[in-house]
Design a protein around this ligand. Structure first.
Ligand code: GTP
Ligand code: MG
Length: 324
């Protein structure tokens, strides 16, 4: 069976060949594995890449004694979102204000050198935010591009105390060099073929320092994907930002209940918008999809315990009772 690998795979393979040390090679292999479609045609190749990774890990382990060697951050919660921007824009302050993590915040540029994840609570789910080093050419390290490519979305942070459009242009320039495009942004055909499209939300920070003009300029430039203005240090706009992050992810929460019992409202299943009952059943347990006979659905006041079939499309807040 042919493997049918997408062009991004061959780009990652090129990064692998150009990688300088084992850690960098592992990052490229991780990217190749993440891109590769999972089916019989790729079984062999996946196994081969894993065994190469194991060998590289061993090499590194001998040298440094480290257990986990790649810089990749494991996804946790409903989605993984990287916070990016120019030096001193307030990325670390945002992650400190919105999550349980405590990155260093300082009034000089180039404070952050490593990526640091934290969990943000939104209603009944958690979303992972990653604080990253600034997108300044002199500080971008080899592990940052694969990390940003693998995130589910980006928060693009600009400082409203000076020209936000110039900042966006610089950020896009840096991301473009990583072959990352934002919100359907177009490029020439050659770049487009190997580019990574990322959902992004532009965040104007330090609204407390703006004279009103910079925020307006930002709003005027990005009407298709409206930016959010906040003050990460004073807390203004953070509630709206959380909601916009949730909406950008295009996910829904579905709750399960057992017959005759109350729904478990503490622990929703998180699915992409447009998911069906069958997909929800699979998320509960991989065997459930095959044995699912029907389900009852309660939700958003529209239906009240109605019976539904596998292909029924679920909505945010639906409660499902699976009958196997
Ligand atoms: N007035 C104001 N200052 C802020 C706000 N958010 C962050 N700051 C300040 O801006 C400076 C930079 O904040 P950081 O969070 O360290 O910025 P960063 O983007 O992580 O910086 P690097 O790690 O160097 O890229 C600090 O002095 C913060 O106190 C804000 O909303 N308003
Ligand atoms: Mg920082």
């Amino acid at each position: 069976m042919p493997a049918n690998l997408p062009p991004q795979y061959f780009e990652a393979e090129r990064s692998f060949r150009q990688a300088k040390g084992p850690a960098e090679k592992i990052a490229a292999l991780e990217e190749m594995l993440a891109i590769m479609p999972k089916h019989k045609g790729t079984d062999h190749l996946r196994a081969e890449l894993r065994s190469r990774m194991a060998k590289l890990n061993q090499q590194l382990g001998k040298k440094s004694g480290a257990q986990r060697t790649s810089m990749a951050i494991e996804k946790e919660g409903a989605a993984q979102i990287a916070v990016v921007g120019l030096p001193n824009s307030g990325k670390s302050q945002l992650v400190a204000s919105m999550t349980n993590a405590s990155p260093a915040v300082a009034d000089y540029p180039l404070t952050t050198h490593q990526a640091l994840p934290g969990m943000m609570e939104f209603e009944d789910i958690k979303i992972q935010l990653i604080d990253t080093p600034p997108l300044a050419p002199q500080t971008i390290q080899w592990w940052l591009p694969p990390m940003l490519r693998q995130a589910d979305a980006l928060l693009v942070m600009v400082d409203l105390s000076y020209d936000p459009l110039a900042q966006i242009a610089q950020i896009k320039e840096q991301l473009g060099q990583m072959r990352i495009l934002l919100n359907g942004e177009e490029a020439d055909a050659e770049t487009q073929a190997v580019a990574w499209q990322k959902r992004a939300l532009i965040v104007g920070n330090k609204i407390d320092l703006d004279n009103g003009q910079n925020h307006q300029a930002l709003l005027d430039c990005c009407q298709e994907h409206p930016p959010v203005a906040i003050s990460a240090s004073e807390g203004a706009g953070l509630g709206e930002l959380k909601l916009k992050i949730y909406q950008m992810l295009d996910i829904i929460r579905v709750y399960t209940k057992a017959p005759g019992q109350k729904a478990d409202l503490a622990d929703p299943i998180v699915l992409p918008r447009g998911s069906t009952l069958q997909e929800a059943a699979t998320a509960v347990h991989k065997d459930f999809a095959a044995s699912l006979k029907f389900a009852r659905i309660w939700g958003s006041g529209k239906h009240d315990g109605i019976m539904a079939k596998r292909d029924h499309i679920l909505e945010d807040g639906d409660i499902i009772e699976l009958h196997l």
